[in-house]
Design a protein around this ligand. Sequence first.
Ligand code: 0O2
Length: 212
Amino acid sequence: MELLENNQNFGEDMNSWQTVTFLYNAAAKEVMTKLEILNDEFVNIHNYNPIEHIKFRIKTPESIVKKLKRYGREVSVPNMINYVNDVAGIRLVCSFTSDIYKLAEMIGRQNDLTVVSIKDYIKNPKESGYKSYHMIVSVPIFMSDRVVDTKVEIQIRTIAMDFWASLEHKIYYKFEGNAPESISEGLRECARMVSALDARMLTLNEEISKYK
Ligand code: 0O2
């Protein structure tokens, strides 16, 4: 098994954007299938689906270039492979905060996935108010002549967290990161409301399950 990072072993072709995006697409497909199977199994056993929906994206070249520049790295395919961990990104949106940890645990137990790193922005929200659970996993891609371990970022969040993050992303974009303090504080206040909503929904769900 080879790491995509050690791409000097693969020759010139691994330096091409086309070959590398093929690998990231394949890795995301593998992980998405695993997640769908986990969700189906949960429905089968517990009659409950923890995943509301799954989104997938390959990071745009502009966004990759921006990140490499922010890291002070030269823009190149090897640097993208080595330093940008979220070229392939999957977003898992679930109903309750408790589902997030259930899913993270289930993902961690998959033998053919390696958890490279975890960032828990639910226990430690970002300054902006952002909440989400991030996992970088690595998945083996079986090609005709080799196996390449490829990284995928999985962001797990509730519907409410996703609502906040999507709108905040749009606003942040408008201000290009320089939003006035009153707007930033407004967004932090909304984030607190989102957390209160998530907590209330979780309590209600626990109450409802007593009636079942
Ligand atoms: P996009 O458009 O989603 O691709 P680092 O470890 O800090 O060097 P990174 O990847 O910046 O590297 O770390 P992090 O914070 O784990 O992940 C960044 C991603 O999380 C972002 O990707 C967003 O998707 C999301 N994110 C992080 N902070 C915020 C926030 O304050 N608001 C919103 N809406 N999303 C956030 P990109 O690459 O920034 O953008």
